[in-house]
Each structure stands twice: as C-alpha cells, then as structure tokens.
Design a protein around this ligand. Sequence first.
Ligand code: OXD
Ligand code: MN
Length: 590
Amino acid sequence: MIYKIKPPHTSNPAVIRWVEEMAALCQPDTLVWCDGSDEEKARLTEEAVARGILIKLNQEKLPGCYYHRSKPDDVARSEDRTFICTSAAEDAGPTNNWAAPKEMYRKLHGFCAGAMRGHTMYVVPYLMGPPGSSLTKVGLELTDSLYVVLSMRIMTRMGNVAYEHLGQSEDFNRGLHCMLEADPARRYIAHFPEDNVVISTGSNYGGNVLLGKKCFALRLGSWLARKEGWLAEHMLILSAESPDGEKTYVTAAFPSACGKTNFAMLVPPPQFAGWKIRTVGDDIAWMKPGADGRLYAINPEKGYFGVAPGTNAETNPNAMAAISHDTIYTNVALTPDLDVWWEGKTREPPPQLTDWKGRPWTPGSKETAAHANSRFAAPMSNNPACAPEVNDPQGVPISAIIFGGRRATTMPLVYQAFNWIHGVYVGATMGSETTAAATGAVGKVRRDPMAMLPFCGYNMGQYLHHWLRMRKKISVPPRIFHVNWFRRDEQGNYLWPGFSENMRVLKWIVDRTRGRADACEAPLGWVPGPRDFDLRGMKDFSPDKLAQAQNINVEEWRREVLGQDDLFFELYADLPKELTLQRELLVARL
Ligand code: OXD
Ligand code: MN
C-alpha cells in the first residue's frame, strides 16, 4: 500500500505498527524512515531548498545556514489552541485547556485523514537526553514538514541512536504532526498524557511542532515526572567555574523570551577574570534525586531554539558564535547578499533589507524588519561555552534554583528564599510581563508558576504539591533564589544593566550555596548586604543604585500579594496549604 523509500531502521513491532497505522490514516504518497545520517541531512536540505521551504543563506558569511519564512499568522506558540486531554478534566486542572480524549482524537484524526495525500510522511526517531542516561526518553515524530525534520535534527539526538536506546520496548512518545497548510482554523496542539501521545495540526511554528520540546519534554514530561518521581522544568542549566576550578551548577526558570539563553551563555565582566560560565542547557531541565541525596539535572535537548531580536556580540557573544554556522533561521530579515539581520543585531540597521514577510524594508519602514519572535535553531555543540557535561548520562548536581520574571516594578534584583517550602511559594507566585513568544497581548503581568504556566501537562495545584513532596526525596536540597533583571526607575530606565553584569548576582548566589557570602534577613528572604555584593568596575553604578534595585516597597508588595489572589482562587481546589501559610507569613513580615 505504501511506498517505502527505505525500510525501517528498527524491528521494534510497536514502532512499525504505530507508524503503519498513522500512515494508513494520513495516506502519504511516500513514507521516509529517517536515520539521522549526514547523507540524509544533505539530501533533505537540498530538497527543502528546491521546494522553496528553505533559502540557502550566504555560505561565505554563514556556512551551513538556511532561512525559513513562516506564514504571517503562524509565528508563535498558540496557547489558546493547546489542550491537555485527560479522562477527567480535573487532571488537566484550571490553568490548561481541556478536552475529552475521545472527542479530540476524533476531531484530529478527522483532520489528518488523507491529509498527506500527495506528500511525504517522515518518521523521525529521537532521544531526549544523552544516550545511556536513566532520565533519557525516546520519541517518534511523524511529520509532513521538511522544516520540522531538519529542525528536529538540530534540536534533538535524532536518528538510529533512538532505536538503539529503545530496543524492543513500547515506551516511547508517539507524536503526529500534520501541517494542514498551517491553517489557523485547524490548529491544535493536543496532548494525551494517559497514552503518551501528542497530535499537532495546522501549524509549522517550532514551539507547536518540534514535538520533543514543549510537548514531550515539558507537558508530557511533567506528567511522567510526577508519576515517576522527578521534575521536568522550563529551566536553563549552567555551570559556574571559579578561578580555583570549583564548579557549581545552577538552574533558572524564567518565562519565554526573558533571557534564559543569555544567562546560560553569560560572559563574565573583566573584574571576574578566571570565572568560566558554561551552558548545560538553555530551556529545559529534567532533574532527578541521585543516590547521594542531591538533585541531578540533564538537558534533554541537543540544540537552542532561541529568540533572535536583541542578540548581538555584546549581549551574547557565545550565541552569536553558535549561530554563525549550521543554523536554521526563521522570520528574521535578509540583507541583499543573503546575510541575516534583526532588531538589535547592530546599532545601525542596514540601509536595505527584505523583511520577514518578504517585503522591501528600509530604516524608515513602520514595522520591524524581523518578527519579534523570530528564531534561530542551532546545535549546542556550536556554542564555544558549551559544557562538556551535556553528554554526561549522570547529569550535574544542582546547588541553586533561580526563579525570575520580567517585572518593571516591585521585584528586587535578587533575594534568597528561607528554605525549600518558601522557595516553592516564591516560584509558585512568580509573575512576569508577557512577551511575543506566545500569541496574545504583550507586556501584561501574568502569574506564571515556575515559568510553567504554558507547559505544565497536568493540574497546576497538583504540580505544586509534587514540588513540595520532592523535598523529602532530596536530602541536600538546592538553595532557591529569585531575580529580576528588568526593574525600572520612574523615568523608565532599567535599574540594573543586566547581561554580563548578572555575573555579580550569580557570584553571590554561588557563594551563598557554598556558605561563603553573608546576607541580611529582609521581609522577602535573604538579601545581600552592602559588603556581600561585588560592584567593582561597574560604570555609573553606585551602592545607592543597588539599594534602589533592591528596594522593597511595602505599598507595591501589598498590591503584589493581592495580585496573587487570582492564581490562588483559580487553583483553590488543589492549592497546597503550605503556600497559603507562606503567604500569611510574608504578610506578617511586611
Ligand atoms: C521557547 C518558548 O521557545 O518558551 O523556548 O517559547
Ligand atoms: Mn522556553
């Protein structure tokens, strides 16, 4: 019935059966079993260029780089079209869209029936995590998008390595992506946690369709993590090595487009010569208690799917190096000689560009040249600061967990929670101004517990219970901190310069976990005292300015605590009582 370009690279009957079932549903003309080889990459890239899916960029300036332009209404994650389909609606909880699995299967199978006629279905096997790790999991994505196949090859360990890890097991994530001409009316990102299945239709945007990332590693991952006793989190992982060669591993949860990639690739300022920051991951951490009672983290991904605007040689030189070759760019602007540009790449824009919609652009044009959520997909091995530990099946032991959002007011630059339970409260009540990474209004403060609001694959109240329960399994818990790089003064100027200067905050955090830095007790938690925070060499920055960035304004905090009501109301049925108590204690301290 189906013409097979190559035979399957596995004899696993569950894989073959499922692929044949889905192929019978979608009815592609051709079925291609991908193996992850270089030959395959070259062949598929050539085909993508010939079909106009990718544009070959200037190979002298950007060797191995290609460009993709999406449909203008398919440029960000579609949270309103994202569903958790569990038998009981309570399992999805009040912060997720819910649908009954049977109905959603019926609807999406209806959309997919015969939808690949005249097209090819690619079978993409991939690993989330390094081979040989007990945390690593296998996924299979079936897709009719060449852009997805080539991006998955960057973002995951794609190919036969996944079949080797899987053996004859039936335990793999089943992902079906059917592009449906990126039709918004048929756009659904539906998760079926009880079956470890995800079906994505009507989109070709990375966060909706690279199914290993948000769908498997976070939404279904968080479901599996609760069941199996670990944590799947929206966190970067970095290694901070002191001049003495002592390494401290830190994770940080910031919402989308709030600087996780920049922080994970931080280059310390000259006063911190000898410190080395290396990237283990820039978006997702899977963490599990180790035999020694510490929490160990792996980065399940193999690449970076980062936001281009604002990235430049000053804000993130490591990212600029990482995206200088073998990268797929999406929705940035193009120069006449097929180089790429986006707002913030250079101080002066080039005189002439083609914008992300393919129209001529000049600096006088009204709209931005690149889309605000334009992206790059680059292999992590391109990053000069990539930590060698990324391939360590053991993962890295975490000493600190940082929560943070984008807040113009209220939130100080840094404070440390008193203990794990207080830290869970700090993470649970995190707020952040919304960004272009998701469709919808930009710049509104929304509560985003642990930066997981769009990514928690089950009831958010239960998720917070799970965090509290995990404490009992971790005898050496990481210390928990909160940071805000985005506070502004009354004139709207940022109070903290951010980027490489964030090293100063990170050093205090590292020193706190090592018992070396002092702190003062404040209503929110522990804060650095004037002598504990290294301001040497900072231009136009005085201890007064630090005091302003650290200020706790009781009026603002009154509003902040009241602002948590919406979340507490929403989660009421499942809200851990510990968090209500923490809120009472905070009010008492204020
Ligand atoms: C991402 C996101 O792409 O969070 O990482 O939107
Ligand atoms: Mn993310």
